[in-house]
Design a protein around this ligand. Sequence first.
Ligand SMILES: O=C(CO)COP(=O)(O)O
Length: 250
Amino acid sequence: MRKPIIAGNWKMHKTVRESLDFIRELREIKFDTSKAEVVVCPNFTALHEAGQALAGSGIGLGAQNMHWEKQGAYTGEVSPAMLQDAGCRYVIIGHSERRQYFAETDQGVNHKAKAALQQGLTPILCVGETLEEREAGQTEAVVGRQVKGGLEGLESGQVTQLVIAYEPVWAIGTGRTASAQDANGVCAFIRRTVAGIFGQDSAAKVRIQYGGSVKADNIAELMDQPDIDGALVGGASLDAAAFAKIINYR
Ligand SMILES: O=C(CO)COP(=O)(O)O
């Protein structure tokens, strides 16, 4: 059985104070972390204090990016060990905003996946097509290439440790969600792609999230799909009450 994972990607939002206020509010709301793993991903400057505020809550801490190198002359970068030191257990890699605005490539995402796993962090590897690509019938070609590129050279035991997030770019922050069936279709395709490389057993274990305008009123239908194992939530994860409604979708 795959345990669902619901993660909030705060993107470039919230100061340290605002992050702590959110966590305090979320901790006052009852939710069951035995049904789903819950993760919040603040920005770098808030990570350490957020991690301390989350202690004992059952909610995990994730970062939104990292560099693959251990240390060195990489101005502005943060290493996997630094994230772990700040309290992170998860790290989002290859988000479409990083691919689009910061020229991240599948090869870079692959280096990050390996480095995160080596450090014992759970990578949340994001893939997804643009509207143009979807309309050109390229969804499977694009997503397949991103999955294969991102996972290249991993061992089957490693691939089961990571989470893949399918986030169609046209559904991010637009209020347009993929229909639950459509989203499930691509998640099933991702699982088949993983099976083709790493075998059925690994594919059956890897968790695949959907992301893109997930809200309290569409989460249940998405989670009911057989190949969707959770959600990567942007906008609706910024408000503790709204995020709690998503966690408590049932
Ligand atoms: O990019 C996302 C999560 O990583 C999704 O963002 P929204 O939920 O705001 O569409």
